[in-house]
Design a binder for this molecule. Structure first.
Ligand code: SF4
Length: 215
């Protein structure tokens, strides 16, 4: 059998062989990505979702994505949810000067670092409640799993906690996301989170730039 190449797959194998369920703090970006990941992890871990996304603009969209996640969780009733503070000004400070870069570049690396850093910080403060953390971000075909995992590893190192690298696109993660969103009527957003790049966006224009679901 092929050896697992990332930490989450190794922990799943370990759970299968020992029968032990460890406690996973799972950073979650939205309902659609959670839909692609929860069927993979809930059979093996006790999962708590950490919705930590000050990058989502505007606030109405943040609330809409959170509501979509809550709707999904009516189908995963053993999964707990924690909502972190929403602080878009902090995000805008972090990405200042990087707004015009295309998605996938330095702005996104900062964004991953902010969200996974806050998740690692939360884990460090509640270390007796969880064994490690991971993120749903790697299920998206728009995200480079290596860049996400690099941010997760750095955050873990900074806060002295354990991060599980992943590529949730494997095992049909993205297809599962699309299927469950359709089945449960989960809202699929049309843009990543900040809506950059767009020359006008920084002066308060945060209207969504696209019209088709992309998660
Ligand atoms: S495009 Fe997405 S990942 Fe990149 S900075 Fe914006 S919200 Fe963050």
């Amino acid at each position: 059998m092929k050896k697992p190449t990332n930490a989450i797959d190794r922990e799943i194998e370990s759970s299968l062989s020992t029968g032990i369920r460890k406690r996973l703090l799972l950073h979650v970006c939205c309902g659609p990505c959670a839909a692609g990941v929860l069927p993979r992890v809930t059979p093996h871990f006790d999962v708590t979702l950490y919705f930590c996304n000050s990058n989502i603009l505007p606030k109405d969209e943040f609330i809409r994505r959170l509501d979509a996640l809550k709707l999904l969780l009516t189908h995963f009733t053993d999964v707990k949810l924690i909502v972190a503070e929403y602080n878009p000004q902090h995000f805008l400070q972090i990405v200042q000067g990087l707004e015009s870069l295309p998605e996938g570049g330095a702005r996104c690396a900062e964004c991953f670092g902010m969200r996974l850093g806050e998740t690692a910080e939360y884990l460090a403060a509640h270390g007796d409640e969880y064994d490690f953390f991971a993120t749903t971000l790697t299920v998206s075909p728009h995200k480079d799993a290596a860049a996400v995992n690099a941010a997760g590893e750095l955050a873990a190192e900074n806060f002295g906690v354990k991060y599980l690298s992943s590529d949730f696109k494997k095992h049909d993660g993205y297809l599962t996301s699309i299927r469950l969103c359709k089945q449960y009527g989960i809202y699929r957003q049309t843009y990543c989170g900040c809506g950059f790049p767009s020359a006008a966006r920084h002066d308060g224009d945060v209207s969504p730039p696209a019209t088709q679901p992309r998660t």
